[in-house]
Design a protein around this ligand. Structure first.
Ligand code: IMP
Ligand code: MG
Length: 179
């Protein structure tokens, strides 16, 4: 049925996420320049990025925005281990202060790939902001500069984050209940 709730347990509700994003934006504005180049890693972070960018505007930042599509999961719930660049940014990052925005920091490969790419292209600084940090799962030594929430190792969906392309439109973050 169209509006029936799937069996998903809420982990972070919409209000909790919204509050955290306001705080994150204030932290970012304190440290990073007003003319930051925000690079949004698609697809999973599109909802987070939309809210974060507007929160950044409220605290006086005037970022430019570009999008990169990176994929490591395909239709599975485990990282495949290699990161594929399927759509590149169009901005020139040379000399820019960049902040990469992603939904989840898991093994670390995606963020490491994006950071290395921007550094190799001559960005003056490369910062990072993730909504969720699965700190136990790291396979590449990397930390995000700004983290929404640390989480344990379980597969989450909603608020832009998918499972086999489903559940991105949920307004909260949750776990799919096993039947
Ligand atoms: P990493 O390269 O292993 O750090 O993977 C990061 C990417 O994997 C994230 O940007 C997500 O797209 C995806 N991912 C990791 N954990 C989850 C999850 O629990 N649900 C959905 N996607 C996930
Ligand atoms: Mg992703």
């Amino acid at each position: 049925m169209k509006n029936e709730m799937p069996d998903i347990d809420v982990v972070f509700d919409a209000e909790t996420i919204a509050e955290r994003i306001e705080t994150l934006a204030a932290e970012i504005a304190e440290k990073l320049p007003e003319n930051l180049l925000v690079i949004v890693v698609l697809k999973g972070s599109f909802v987070f990025a939309a809210d974060l960018l507007r929160a950044l505007d409220r605290v006086g930042m005037r970022p430019t925005v570009d999008f990169i599509t990176l994929s490591s999961y395909g239709l599975r719930t485990e990282s495949s281990g290699n990161v594929e660049l399927t759509r590149d940014i169009s901005e020139n990052v040379k000399g820019r202060c960049v902040m990469i925005v992603d939904d989840i920091l898991d093994t670390g490969r995606t963020l490491a790939f994006a950071k290395d790419l921007m550094t190799a292209r001559g960005a003056q600084a490369v910062h990072s902001c993730v909504l969720l940090d699965k700190y136990e799962k790291r396979e590449v030594s990397i930390k995000a500069d700004y983290v929404g929430f640390p989480i344990d190792d379980f597969f989450v969906v909603g608020y832009g984050i998918d499972m086999a392309h489903l559940f991105r439109s949920l307004p909260f973050i949750g776990v799919v209940r096993k039947k």
